[in-house]
Design a binder for this molecule. Structure first.
Ligand code: DP6
Length: 322
């Protein structure tokens, strides 16, 4: 008999990027990554007993089906379930809604099936839904190590630094609500097979991780920013060099980058990061967050600016579902 369970998980933004898979079946990454967990934007999930399987999932249901099937295979569970997953971020607009939704779902399943005290079980399930979901289970600045073990036993995430180590506000310039034309997984595979700069991107990942870790250890926003911006621009170069090319950026995305660079020239401590989509996130010291938010909102093509900050907590349980 399963227990009803409700969870919430935050989205996260990558500073050093996960791009490519070393094992597509186990969904093990080719690169280690470093991310910041958000506080407000994320996803809710609920697991409830039902008379027949019901899936109420916002966005592409295939990821949730994969996670559910894996949970059934791991536990032998046969009971029908009602599975609800809802995003509080624009679905598939490059804001990692797959990360928050799959982290919320994996955590909800863990309590429903009695595995909530086993973080590795939860992470493994979350990873099968979406690699970056593993990072949404944790708060602060999160490091996800790619590892080399074929079974993925050394591919684990940990909180590298708590949020209060380097308190940062985040402003996200949303440039579209349209779903991505190519999923991250398909884009990664196309890059691996056809993009001439993919190999260099993967080869340089350990150095980028080292720079990111040290910049955080030193609370050095400028150095952290230079790693995150370089990673973002290189990721989109890798995408554009694929065949056929994948250009995820919009003119407004480039305008946001220009505004961030100009504000920084004027002394505003901020930097941008872009994941696999056209929205651009800006990390900034709290005292300058309003100025950055207003400048982003004034850019034609920015349809809204989301306000958030690096958050203390990752995925969590909500009051038990009725
Ligand atoms: C560009 O985690 O969405 O945001 O494992 O195939 O679901 P799958 O990929 P996903 O990829 C995220 C890629 C990225 C960079 C990152 O988050 O590190």
């Amino acid at each position: 008999m399963i227990r009803a369970s409700r969870t919430w998980a935050p989205a996260n933004l990558a500073l050093v990027k996960y791009w490519g898979k070393r094992d597509a079946v186990r969904n093990l990454p080719a690169t280690s990554s470093l991310s910041a967990t958000l506080g407000l934007f994320g996803s809710e999930a609920a697991i409830l007993p039902a008379d027949a399987d019901v899936l109420e999932v916002q966005g592409d249901p295939r990821r949730a089906i994969r996670v559910l099937q894996a949970a059934r295979d791991l536990t032998g569970l046969r009971d029908p379930l009602r599975v609800v997953v809802r995003n509080t971020v624009p679905t598939a607009a490059g804001l990692a809604s797959s990360a928050s939704s799959m982290a919320a779902l994996a955590l909800a399943l863990s309590r429903a099936l009695g595995f909530e005290d086993d973080p590795l079980w939860v992470a493994r399930l979350a990873r099968l839904g979406s690699g970056s979901a593993v990072r949404s289970l944790l708060g602060g600045f999160v490091e996800w190590v790619a590892g080399i073990a074929p079974d993925g036993s050394d591919c684990q995430a940990r909180e590298a630094f708590p949020a209060e180590h380097l308190p940062l506000a985040i402003r996200i310039a949303v440039t579209t609500d349209a779903p991505k034309p190519v999923s991250s997984g398909d884009a990664m595979e196309r890059c691996r097979l056809t993009s001439p700069c993919y190999g260099d991107f993967v080869r340089d990942n350990p150095a980028a991780m080292e720079q990111g870790r040290w910049a955080l250890a030193d609370r050095d926003l400028a150095r952290l920013g230079s790693v995150a911006e370089e990673q973002s621009l290189r990721l989109h170069e890798v995408l554009r060099a694929a065949s056929p090319p994948i250009d995820m950026l919009l003119p407004a995305s480039r305008d946001v980058i220009d505004v961030v660079l100009r504000m920084r020239d004027r002394g505003v401590p901020c930097f941008f990061t872009i994941d696999a989509g056209p929205s651009v996130a800006v990390f900034v010291e709290e005292a300058h967050a309003d100025a950055v938010g207003s400048a982003l909102a004034a850019i034609p093509g920015v349809i809204r600016v989301l306000e958030d900050r690096v958050a203390v907590e990752g995925a969590r349980f909500l009051a038990e579902a009725p």
